[in-house]
Design a binder for this molecule. Structure first.
Ligand code: C5P
Length: 229
């Protein structure tokens, strides 16, 4: 089954405390994106990967990827102003015979290859899957003035991660309908669910965190450098 990887990497590193693209922030001497892509190597998904980037950063990404993956011409496709637009551009750039698409944020460099594999299997069976972890924290809903409004039952809550993996026609239809309805989501699985499609939840790991803040970056530096295992 032909499977292709899409990596949204068009975000900026503002919250992380970095200048330029967050995906190129170095961790243990290598750009974050190179660490992320390495997790897909055992599945053979690097060569046909499509990386969504801010167009003004193309030269930076070309240089970084040539150094990390010499001879592999990864495709760089312009992303959009929102993550959902970036993914839509990636879906439009897939090879015509791709049956399964794996969408994984550049900002999650420590995904377990076993989680990726499990998401691919679940997507083949159910049409859509997302990696997620049962919430260890009690999640609070608050109002605009930071007063507690509700405490949802934790046993039913999961924290969303990526990869999110889909049969190609399922995610294309979900994006088409979201665009038609003017719906903007923060992930792709929610677009499938809102039009009634099943989405299987696949267990991820705590290490598959999204690097967002300067603290995350310092922790990631230790993990990438092998000082944390
Ligand atoms: O902003 P956030 O951390 O949720 O972004 C998640 C992923 O989506 C990151 O890898 C980021 O580079 C990507 N992104 C994108 N296009 C945007 C915004 C974010 O590809 N316009």
């Amino acid at each position: 089954v032909k499977t292709q990887l899409l990596i949204p990497a068009a975000g900026l590193g503002v919250r992380l405390g970095a200048e330029g693209p967050k995906a190129l922030v170095p961790l243990a001497g290598k750009p974050m994106l190179a660490h992320t892509l390495e997790r897909f190597r055992p599945l053979g998904l690097i060569p046909a990967a499509i990386v969504l980037i801010a167009p003004e950063h193309r030269a930076l990404f070309e240089t970084a990827l040539d150094a990390a993956f010499p001879g592999m011409a990864l495709r760089l496709v312009p992303g959009g102003a929102e993550r959902q637009e970036s993914v839509a551009n990636g879906l439009a750039a897939l090879d015509a015979d791709t049956e399964i698409v794996v969408i994984h944020d550049a900002a999650r460099p420590f995904v377990a290859t076993a989680s990726i594999q499990a998401s691919i299997e679940a997507a083949a069976e159910f049409g859509a899957a997302t990696v997620a972890i049962p919430s260890v924290d009690t999640i609070l809903e608050g109002d605009a003035d930071a007063f507690l409004t509700a405490t949802p039952d934790r046993t039913r809550l999961w924290a969303c991660q990526t990869p999110q993996t889909f049969r190609t026609e399922v995610i294309r239809e979900a994006h088409r309908r979201a665009r038609a309805d003017g719906f903007l989501g923060t992930d792709d699985a929610s677009l499938v669910r809102r039009i009634g499609g099943p989405v299987k939840l696949v267990h991820g790991t705590r290490l598959n965190m999204k690097l967002t803040t300067p603290d995350d970056r310092r922790l990631a530096e230790l993990i990438a450098g092998g000082q944390f295992v």
